[in-house]
Ligand binder design. Sequence first.
Ligand SMILES: CC(C)(COP(=O)(O)OP(=O)(O)OC[C@H]1O[C@@H](n2cnc3c(N)ncnc32)[C@H](O)[C@@H]1OP(=O)(O)O)[C@@H](O)C(=O)NCCC(=O)NCCS
Length: 161
Amino acid sequence: MMTWFSDWWRGGVPVVEQAGARDAARLAQLHGASFHRGWGEGEFEAMLTERNTLVDRLRLGRKVIGFAVSRMAADEAEILSVAIDTSQRGRGLSRNLLMTHLGRLAGRGVRTIFLEVEENNQPARRLYEWAGFGVVGRRERYYQQSGGEQLNALLMRRDLS
Ligand SMILES: CC(C)(COP(=O)(O)OP(=O)(O)OC[C@H]1O[C@@H](n2cnc3c(N)ncnc32)[C@H](O)[C@@H]1OP(=O)(O)O)[C@@H](O)C(=O)NCCC(=O)NCCS
């Protein structure tokens, strides 16, 4: 299929760009649909204005369909959250989002990036491994599920050169 046609079919060309204060409500909605403990609009508003937090959004046409959030301290950063709209998953859209986000962190002087991922979260683990992250630690029973089940967390790291 021709590129322009598939782009049109999917609702436009995916664009990664810095999120702004007006994205808070939509980002909270996306976060709430992806995580057991969702972050509220107020939490996003705060992160979107803090100097040490970097928030990128993934936009398809006029719709914001994903985001990546990191917190920076000196030359290190932690990826706090990455999410894609449930209806847009499985198309590889998170790769462009994450790579652009890493590039922007590098542009802010970040040299080392950490993140925590639930051990059974295969899509996220595949994404981070593809992006060059390696497992550097494991925390047993780190996440508490609503049903009481406790899940392990993997600590991953990537150095930017
Ligand atoms: C993690 C997430 C951002 C990935 O976004 P995405 O655009 O759907 O990712 P992709 O389409 O590139 O798929 C990522 C990989 O997972 C694989 N995958 C997708 N669904 C899967 C499943 N149910 N089981 C195993 N692997 C799966 C894909 O095949 C791909 O691997 P590959 O590159 O080796 O083919 C998305 O699933 C999401 O928003 N999840 C909820 C929030 C979350 O868990 N975030 C990460 C923790 S902060």
